[in-house]
Ligand binder design. Structure first.
Ligand code: FA5
Ligand code: MG
Length: 453
């Protein structure tokens, strides 16, 4: 009996994810719904929009130069996800409010870059692509979900293996082999900038960094051109009155701990500039630590869900998780024939049930502080989002802060959030929404110690 109860106690301190068991500790903050979703792997589900988007992107990176890896486990170490990439110890991405931890050194990857070190070390090809599900604690709305998918790619050249040791020439020769395109590209920034976007001067000459970035930019432009041409072809096939607008893209300086210089690529889409990917010249420390100090190259990471939403005109990110035939049936057969790609036709929209919740924050100490009395609140919005997701799952469309108030006498702070309950698959009754909302209110008190108003 003692052994059995010891075993039970031990079980409560471990979780199993994709068949592997991990010890948990005080860092554990991953709800069971998230753990269960690790088995969905939408990027590997044939005919799923996320899968089709991956296929289109992969088609622009030729084999055998680029080798694809699509089934790496999403459970990684803090060393892989952060340390190996040069994230500082106090980077906000490491906090429990932003990331799902299994224990203090094990987490659900927040990006596919977690596999860079491993792939630079082991890849037998000069380029690789890796796609996977990634996890972030985040806000709730129609374009944010705690699980999304990224595709990352990298391309390197080895100084010791290029003809005559002339790596700059080798890179430009490879660039010359890439197709051209006729899309308008804005690229107003210098190739690198002393403060904003520095050259890794200890490791690269300016000419080397410029060659790498020229190859990076053309490669990624070609990928985006392919995606958006396919979106336009689909629109034109379905809508005889479709008017084609020329595609415009632009490069914007960015910052990542693991690339320098770095850029984001934005696409002008339906009246707005939209960020589609992050990229840059890989930090040489990563390649040195991966045992390939003679290689230099570039890397990028793109969000598949966001692209799939544009490509298929999918209005709500929750739809990707639907197993409803009215959703999945619309994409059947497309994986085998990308020319059959069609825009999504929304099925009926069910009514929304907005409910408000107002509460006083719990002051925790008098040092520093963010309200008039110097009270410190340990409230983090993502904790509220997590509670709402835990109670209402995919029956919540968005959650917004609608009011904020500091009591003039007591200095206490109160917040009001509007939770918009709506199912994509059925009508929610008011009673069902009320029941969920009561659950949310109860958990806010129990878990966050707030006082309901
Ligand atoms: C990264 O995750 C970097 N690892 C990308 C990278 C790789 C940079 C290699 C340099 C070299 P970021 O957090 O910006 O960066 O996310 C990259 C892309 O993922 C974004 O451009 C966007 O397309 C997508 N993305 C980010 N957050 C979300 C989200 N909450 N929902 C959907 N897509 C998202
Ligand atoms: Mg970004």
């Amino acid at each position: 009996a003692a052994a059995a109860s010891a075993k039970k106690a031990a079980q409560q301190h471990s979780v199993t994810v994709n068949g592997k068991t991990y010890e948990t500790d005080s860092w554990f903050n991953t709800p069971s719904k998230i753990l269960e979703s690790t088995s969905r792997r939408l990027h590997l589900q044939k005919d799923h929009p996320v899968y089709i988007t991956r296929q289109i992107i992969e088609s622009k990176f030729t084999q055998p130069t680029f080798k694809s890896y699509n089934d790496f486990d999403p459970v990684v170490s803090t060393a892989e996800n952060f340390d190996s990439l040069g994230f500082p110890a106090d980077h906000p991405g490491r906090s429990k409010s932003d990331t799902y931890y299994i224990n203090s050194t094990t987490l659900l990857r927040t990006h596919t870059s977690a596999h860079e070190a491993q792939l630079f070390r082991a890849s037998s090809s000069p380029g690789y692509l890796i796609s996977g599900d990634v996890y972030r604690r985040d806000e709730i709305d129609r374009s944010h979900y705690p699980i999304f998918h990224q595709l990352e790619g990298a391309r390197v050249w080895d100084r010791t293996k290029v003809p005559n040791g002339d790596i700059v020439k080798a890179i430009y020769d490879d660039l010359a082999k890439l197709p051209t395109h006729n899309v308008q590209v804005e690229d107003p920034n210098p190739p690198h900038h002393v403060e904003r976007n520095p050259l890794q001067a200890e490791h690269h000459s300016a000419a080397e960094a410029e060659a790498v970035s020229a190859h990076l930019k053309r490669s990624l432009e070609l990928m985006v051109v392919e995606i958006f041409s396919r979106a336009k072809q689909a629109a034109a096939r379905q809508d005889p009155n479709y008017v084609d607008e020329p595609l415009k893209v632009r490069w914007v300086e960015a910052y990542f701990p693991f690339t320098s210089p770095s850029w984001e690529l934005e696409v002008y889409y339906q009246g707005d500039w939209l960020e589609v990917l992050g990229s840059g010249v890989s930090k040489q420390e990563i390649l040195i630590n991966a045992g390939v100090p003679d290689q230099i190259g570039w890397a990028f990471g793109i969000g598949l869900d966001r692209i799939a939403m544009l490509l298929f005109q999918i209005p709500d990110i929750r739809l990707f998780w639907s197993t409803d035939e009215r959703f999945l049936g619309q994409f059947r057969g497309v994986s085998d024939d990308l020319d059959r790609l069609k825009r999504f036709l929304p099925f009926s929209k069910y009514p929304a049930c907005p409910k408000d919740v107002s509460f006083w924050l719990r002051p925790t100490s008098a040092a520093g502080g963010d309200d008039r009395r110097g009270n410190v609140h340990d409230f983090h919005e993502n904790d509220l989002m997590e509670i709402v997701r835990e109670v209402a799952g995919d029956c919540v469309e968005d959650v917004k802060l609608v009011d904020e108030f500091v009591h003039p006498k007591t200095g206490r702070k109160s917040l009001c959030y509007r939770v918009n309950y709506r199912s994509l698959e059925r009508t929610l009754t008011n009673e069902q929404a009320v029941t969920m909302h009561e659950g949310v209110r109860r958990m806010l008190v129990e878990r966050l110690g707030v006082e309901l108003r």
